[in-house]
Ligand binder design. Sequence first.
Ligand SMILES: [Zn+2]
Length: 380
Amino acid sequence: MNPLKIARSGMFACALTALIAASVPPALAQAPAAHKTENVIVVMIDGVRWQDVFRGADPELIQTEGPAALGGAKERTAAAQAHYWRDSPAERRQALMPFLWSVVAVEGQVFGNRDLGSESQVTNGLNFSYPGYNETLTGFGDSRIQSNDNIPNPNVTVFEWLNAKPGFKGRVAAFGAWDAFNGIFNRDRCGFLVNAGYDPLTAIPATAELKQLNTLKAETVRIWTDEPFDPIMFHTAIEYVKAKKPRVLFIGLGETDDWAHSGSYAEYLNALHLGDDYLRQLWDLAQSMPQYRNKTTLIVLPDHGRGEGAQWTSHGRDIPESKETWMGFLGPDMAPLGERKQAPAVTESQVAATLAALLGEDYKAAVPKAGAPIRDVLPK
Ligand SMILES: [Zn+2]
């Protein structure tokens, strides 16, 4: 990441904005744009590198076997090569994330490909999870948040802010594999459903499916003490969507980061591939329900990046490139600009105001220190 490049493109964007603003009559500039988005789904996939999203499986890393402790490391690596290795980066990324590359990057927009001059990053300076989720969900980094401890967030997320508005009251929900989402969203204060970690979902009448999911969540082997496997959480969220049809939904997938810290590139790729399919499943479900069809925007992004080469397993303040992220947007209001090239730099701190603006709400006016909405994904 070249900070000078960001500063320059930022200055250029400011100059351009000033030029455009000067040429637009004030009445026109103030008119709120009509928007079709009535629901927003945010999917965050923990610690997924832009390198893997845009270039597909990494030729250096896919050769390495996972830790022996996983068992069958050689076989896992061979299977990952068969699933995700292709001759060109374009084929590799298509094999890894078919929904992102066939649908989001065609009908929506994807930011973060440095190879094409598109930057996306966190601004919190720490490059790990809680600070990244806080920045993305509130619109600003907070120096009080210095750890991943599961403590109540002193800040109000854009989800909590929306839930306090009449049109959204009771129509907001958050699901996350990681139990720290209870703290990040401040479950005990926020006023909407947060279901995270190994907690069963009891907020809706138990269907047969939900009973099974709660049982699996309780009984499946706990590789990680702070989060179950993603599929159990994801399908629990789907049960909730069918029952309660939330207007603003968060889904936090965690396995990518866990497998990466464990050193298994094969399982990291598998978790990312599954995450991509969950985007497809969410999108297909949304298009099958009158509440969501043609009036829902999907946002996908990680909470931080990771290192390169031998440092790929880690991230944080000491690995500067782990501030580099990516983000995808798909919905009825945005121009289909696809994979962004030579685009203005975007930051995770802009996502809160962007998702509010898609719903016609001005979060930036209410929380001035939040990043400004990303104009390119809003209706013109
Ligand atoms: Zn993380």
